[in-house]
Design a protein around this ligand. Structure first.
Ligand SMILES: [Zn+2]
Ligand SMILES: [Zn+2]
Length: 573
């Protein structure tokens, strides 16, 4: 570690997710909407001049090279909305792009429509470039309003159709019963209090038609509710608090009842929630008028958590910061320029986030939801993040006794310049005075490590004095991870097992399968995801000669929200 000054000017606001919706949610970085910045023709031209990295990266054959050297055809101005409608499509809808020769259609999102050489062209946001795509640079040269995002490919519009999994039954006949609309699996409402599914009974959860049935862009909500309520009770306070007539909104009881009886209890008793129960909750949240489009549009999970817990049910925030701010979800936000973080874990990122912002937690949270440094599917600070199975937060608590990382006695100083020197982020930056002075980096006058003194309450200094070893770590356990992959949210559950057996991992997708097409319904599914702990703990991931299984790869590259709990803190609150 050299002695360079680190930037710690991370704005505190950046850590917090807007818990009040005065901020227009549309301003937050979301999907690259084609008309945001494309009006600037020079920007489009500059982008067109640049290489097309997406195309280069995917080894797919492309047809458009003929167009590349030709002068651009005259710009044929068309209304993208009208063109989409004409083809039975909607902008930003989930679509399938037909692939030739019996290949699986590609999933994606329709971002743009236009005309090129008298042909209707679609700009589709896909994971891989489809076969026979039209040259992106040629399109961008010809159509100034074409999106410049490198993940967009251009194909003939007639190859694009709506993805039936996400297709709303446009106007269901009013006399259809829920079982006619969503399948014959019954889902009676359950009264009273239901306990979460016990960790050793994980087998009950596995199978098709398990979990929450997805319907029309609901996956962000299905995955989040499944994470929060299936196997843990840390959020149950939300289900049981009586309405406070002065503080709570009039709809409080209606929303709380729907969440508890229609969703949480069904999940715990039947291990299945039919889509109409989730539609009911969405309708109630939509009526509040706080977040537009709750009924049909895809939202971010953290937006949903804040709307439900903060605005609708006014739950006391789980995370309390030393700046007197509080939140339900903590956004990890780091300046990683000083560190070699190739494969960071959430524990390192949490410590770094709070350290750089000069913040601490004022109490052990019963539940800690961390959002990885990314914005939906559009932006990732790191290609992969390892969800730590355990977080040691001892050094992040304001009043907690802390251990010197060298001798184990009561620490008196924090040295941020020493952070990560032993590759053990949660521990290696606290020192007693003696060990601080003896450290070789601290003896080196060029290094100039700056320290921050640690202030303890009197009872802590009295108890430990200078000689007693400090051993009382505060840890949070991982119990769920919500992942995002091409705008589709899914959830991993982690269930600790008795007798030190390895934790069980389950994978949930609310739209895993589909019965019927347009008028059909989705079939949710929970599958056994195998032993993931052995990959997350230890050094297997650093060994490039062994390939992790697909579940582990997906978890690392797609993890978005990581849910942690501390049972002791939950008991006392
Ligand atoms: Zn020491
Ligand atoms: Zn130091």
């Amino acid at each position: 570690m050299d002695g360079k000054k680190k930037s710690i000017d991370v704005p505190i606001e950046a850590l917090m997710l807007a818990s009040d919706y005065e901020v227009d949610s549309a301003e937050r970085p979301r999907s690259p909407y084609p008309f945001d910045s494309q009006s600037d023709a020079s920007a489009a031209a500059a982008a067109a001049a640049a290489a097309d990295p997406h195309a280069a990266a995917s080894g797919h054959r492309r047809q458009g090279s003929d167009y590349d050297n030709a002068p651009p055809p005259p710009y044929e101005s068309v209304d993208p909305l009208a063109l989409a409608t004409e083809h039975g499509l909607e902008l930003n809808a989930a679509v399938l792009v037909e692939e030739p020769r019996n290949h699986q259609p590609q999933q994606g999102f329709l971002r743009w429509c236009g005309s090129f050489h008298n042909e209707a062209i679609a700009g589709v946001d896909c994971e891989m470039t489809p076969f026979d795509s039209v040259s992106a640079s040629a399109i961008r040269r010809a159509c100034p309003d074409a999106p410049t995002d490198s993940s967009i490919s251009f194909v003939q519009l007639n190859r694009v159709r709506l993805d039936p999994r996400f297709r709303e039954t446009r106007s269901p006949a009013p006399d259809l019963t829920p079982s006619q609309r969503f399948g014959h699996k019954t889902c009676e409402i359950v009264d009273g209090d239901c306990k979460p599914v016990a960790h050793e009974h994980w087998g009950k959860l596995v199978g098709p038609s398990r979990g929450i049935q997805g319907h029309h862009n609901s996956c962000y909500l299905d995955a989040t509710l499944f994470a929060m309520f299936t196997t843990v009770s840390v959020f149950d306070g939300v289900l049981n608090r009586k309405r406070n007539k002065k503080k709570d909104i009039p709809e409080y009881e209606e929303i709380q009842k729907c969440l508890k009886l229609n969703i949480v209890n069904c999940l715990r008793e039947h291990q299945f929630v039919r889509a109409d129960h989730v539609i009911k909750l969405r309708e109630q949240l939509d009526k509040l008028g706080k977040v537009p489009g709750m009924l049909g549009e895809e939202k971010d999970p953290e937006e949903f958590i804040n709307l439900l817990l903060d605005h609708a049910l006014k739950h006391d925030p789980y995370i309390k910061l030393s700046s007197n701010q509080a939140c339900h979800v903590l956004q990890l936000f780091v300046d990683s320029s000083q560190y070699d973080l190739k494969l960071p874990d959430t524990e390192t990122l949490l410590h770094l986030t709070l350290l750089q912002a000069g913040l601490k937690l004022t109490q052990t949270p019963s539940c800690l939801v961390l959002q990885t440094p990314r914005s939906g599917k559009d932006y990732k600070l790191f290609d992969r993040v390892v969800p730590s199975t355990e977080l040691d937060i001892s050094n992040l608590l304001t009043e907690h006794p802390r251990q010197c990382c060298v001798c184990g006695k009561l620490a008196e100083l924090e040295c941020h310049d020493c952070f990560l020197q032993f590759q053990e982020a949660s521990k290696d930056y606290t020192f007693c005075k003696k060990c601080f002075d003896n450290n070789k980096d601290h003896k080196n006058p060029k290094a100039q490590h700056k320290t921050v003194g640690i202030k303890y309450p009197k009872q802590v200094t009295k108890k430990y004095g200078k000689d007693k070893p400090v051993e009382c770590p505060v840890k949070m356990k991982l119990f769920a991870v919500v992942c995002i992959h091409t705008s589709h949210y899914v959830c991993f559950l982690r269930l600790c097992q008795p007798d030190n057996r390895p934790a069980k991992w389950l994978f949930f997708d609310s739209m895993a399968d589909r019965s019927g097409l347009e008028s059909g319904y989705n079939i949710p599914e929970v599958t056994d995801a195998g032993d993931i702990d052995s990959w997350l703990n230890g050094s297997k991931l650093k060994d490039s000669s062994v390939q992790p299984p697909p579940e582990v790869k997906r978890l690392l590259s797609d993890c978005y929200l990581c849910f942690y709990s501390n049972e002791e803190a939950a008991m006392y609150r």
